[in-house]
Design a protein around this ligand. Structure first.
Ligand code: HPA
Length: 236
């Protein structure tokens, strides 16, 4: 039975579609709330993972941890050792533009980064990490049908949550980058190299420009909206 340094499913199957919230307890919450018959497949380092079904389709959900080094190792193992074909990060982001409201949904069409992670691919220039168009198209169509405010564009996957350079967000913003988060460029690169599909979907938890912040209760309903956009991707 396959296991890896960070995932030991002890025989529990992992679905082709894996949702990746940052927080492992979020993964447990998603499994308990949205999946039928969830079974835990991982507890290594408390990075909880579960497999169940959503409207009859197998789906797994597992914590990714924070940052590109963490999400990229889990994504790599899920794809290369366990056959995952579609990875969907569900998380929060800090808005960089004034027209993004708290709780709006952001879909990462592309993911810039200040990380050195992509240098391992030894490309002769900058790689542009992009989300799967099939997944973007489906999420955006359903968001519009359900009148959910959705913004599609670039995010910046940054290494430093507390950046010593206080002007850095302004510079990403000046290039039209919608929001800042910490994982998606790594996820997209790992998926691209493996020929897998990936997408990052976020709710705006704070606005870096205006200083607006959400409350925990409000975050929960925004989270539900995002999950209702993400879960049907398993059936594509
Ligand atoms: N920075 C990085 N990641 C984030 C932020 C932020 O301000 N907000 C939510 N995720």
């Amino acid at each position: 039975m396959t296991s890896t340094p960070h995932i030991d499913p002890h025989g529990v199957p992992i679905a082709e579609t894996v949702l990746l919230p940052g927080d492992p307890l979020r993964a447990k919450f998603i499994a308990d709330t949205y999946l039928d018959n969830p079974v835990q497949f991982n507890a290594v380092r408390n990075m909880l993972g579960y497999t169940g079904t959503y409207q009859g389709t197998p789906v797994s959900v597992m914590g990714s941890g924070m940052g590109i080094p963490s999400i990229s190792l889990y994504a790599w193992e899920l794809i290369h050792a366990f056959g995952a074909k579609r990875l969907v990060r569900v998380g929060t982001c800090g808005a960089l533009q004034t027209d993004l409201n708290l709780y709006d949904v952001v879909v990462a069409q592309g993911a810039c980064t200040d990380s050195n992670f992509l240098s391992q691919y030894r490309l002769p220039g900058d790689f542009a990490p992009i989300g799967s168009f099939t997944l973007i198209d489906d999420v955006v169509r359903r968001a519009r049908e359900n009148k959910v405010a959705v913004h599609v564009g670039n995010v910046a996957s940054v290494d430093a949550f507390y950046n010593h350079d206080e002007t850095v967000n302004q510079r990403w913003a000046s290039m039209g980058v919608l929001a800042v988060e910490m994982e998606t460029a790594g996820l997209y690169a790992v998926a691209a190299e493996a020929g897998a599909e990936a997408l990052g979907i976020f709710t705006v938890s704070d606005n870096v420009v205006t200083g607006a912040e959400t409350t925990p209760e409000e975050r929960q309903s925004a989270f539900t909206q995002m999950m209702e956009l993400a879960l049907p991707l398993a059936a594509l």
